[in-house]
Design a protein. Sequence first.
Length: 672
Amino acid sequence: MPPPPPRLQALRIPRSAPLGSHSPLRPASRQPSATARRLWQQGVDFTKVREHAKAQVCFEQAVSLEPGDALYWLNLAVAEHKLGRGLAAVEAARQARDLDPASLLYCNFLAERLREQHRNSEALHVLDQLDAGTARDAHWHALRGTALAGLERHHEATSDLTHALTHAGPDLPRMRYAALNLGHSLAALKLHHAAAQCYRMVLDLDPLALGSALYAAHYAAWACDWSALQEDLARLQTCLDAVRNSAAGIPSDELAPFCLLALQDDPALQRWAASHAGNHQMRGVASTDEPQPCPRPNGRLRIGWLSSDFHHHATAILLAEVLEHLAGDTFELVFYSAGPDDRSPLRQRVLATATRVHEVANWANEQLVQQTRADEIAVLIDLKGHTRGARLQVLAARPAPIQVSWLGYPGTSGSPHVDYLIGDRVITPLEAQGDFTEQIAQLPHCYQPNDSRRSRPAAWSRARCGLPEEGIVFASFNQAYKFSPEVFGAWCRILAGCPGSVLWLLVPEPTTQQRLREAAALRGIAADRLVFAPFLGIESHRSRLPNVDLFLDTFPCNGHTTASDALWAGVPVLTLQGHTLASRVAASLLHTLGLADELVRCDIEGYVQRALQLGGDAQARTQLRHRLDAARRDSPLFDGRRFAADLSQLLLRMVARHDAGLRPAPLAADGA
């Protein structure tokens, strides 16, 4: 599962807009049109009372009479933006900028509108083309930093964002904007401790900045800075209480629900956060849920796949074989790929299953909506949810009659425009329907697809892995933000009860390693009992996995692809099952393999005791490996062809219900 998306916080247009305090630029050759001036003033008045549609008509008429007036164009751009017409806003803003290329105001406004549409290269070009004689302000640097961040040029972004932060002066909104986006870039550079400091700075400026409070706690967890985490969690709770108890109930900044997954096991809170994040993102989006028929061009249903992960990524690794067996006489697959072209064999394999592929990374949401409708998509499957590269605003415009969330985000989207969430009996039992805004659609086995062609390379030696030759190897290759202090304490109890054992962790950052060693020492565990593994390519990772005797899962956010990788390699996975979808993933895998009784526990004491039993019983571990090896061959978990057939039937059930004029409803795995 990818880290949380570094969403670049948009700086809203101040309430003083429209921009009537500046002298309009008019051709010197003639007197300005009094009619245009009157229309413009009417537009200003309509804007003040938020009647943006009427304002837009007035400004449009004004620019038709005075096309050389940059101010009129800018106010038209503001109105188009308020109405959610991003493409029109950009074109009007570009007219204003072209009429006055020395204006910092017009430059910044155009760059911000472009950046909102994921057109970061264009935004950067606009900023860099500002007249050389115009002084750059803190906002210009902040916009340039966010554009660079959107292009994954985070080292460069930190320079502009730091400049913006230090030169914002008394302008608190500008300071907050810069600090928040600087935190996002530092997080992308894996400077988690520094990122958390930036989010705390935002919270100091705005004590109700719930999104920043959540980011601060999340990145303290990434850094395993558990002393700071306790204070961060306390501030987060204060923000939550204040926002949830307020009359409006709306956070003052954008939430990242992903960050909650590893901090608590409360499905009601996750639904609340996802819903409010969705409400924040959908501001200004023109949405509709008018019924549409399911099109069948060429007699087949077109399934749209929306993701930024069609490259060498965990999502593509899981999906490849299923996609190969899903396309055929019933379905055509259309991909909307918002990620990079890494030219990997995996990307080529995945894209080869598609009837058509659109590279949409730099597309505006409106353009993506229009293309999806033009493609006559019957079912649009979003593989991102609230993770990096998400496009939930596209689903709000309802470009497809049936819209589905699956796989990429282990929780509810919170969006009323997503009809179904694909799960199974374990991660999404029907009695948990209230935890999701979507209707639960259950697959008959595990919700997670897998690839039977996944490699099983020869195992490396312990010495090559940096492991001791003797003793039990416990491991957790989940990312560090999932290491809760409580679970780490349980791991230390397990190490203490198994002399000579070690704990193998995927933590490459030296400062985080040192914090974990210190935390272990406080619990009576010597530093050399922790062994730290580097990030490796997938083949090398699979080669080292067989050296693990028992994989210790994290809680409340389990391993997902990491867990199925371990099971594929023949390594037993001991997990804790909770109440949220994210805390039940490994349990779903183990139920499908028939190993839930042996390896799923529902409380931390049972988890510790079972690990100690297995740690002290080599014969039991060997028997588990034999059973796991047989289940790997015989169970549905690693059978992509069978999974494709099950998914096909589930999609057809959704379509049949829609064709019958029925609203989405829970779809049980047994067909009831």
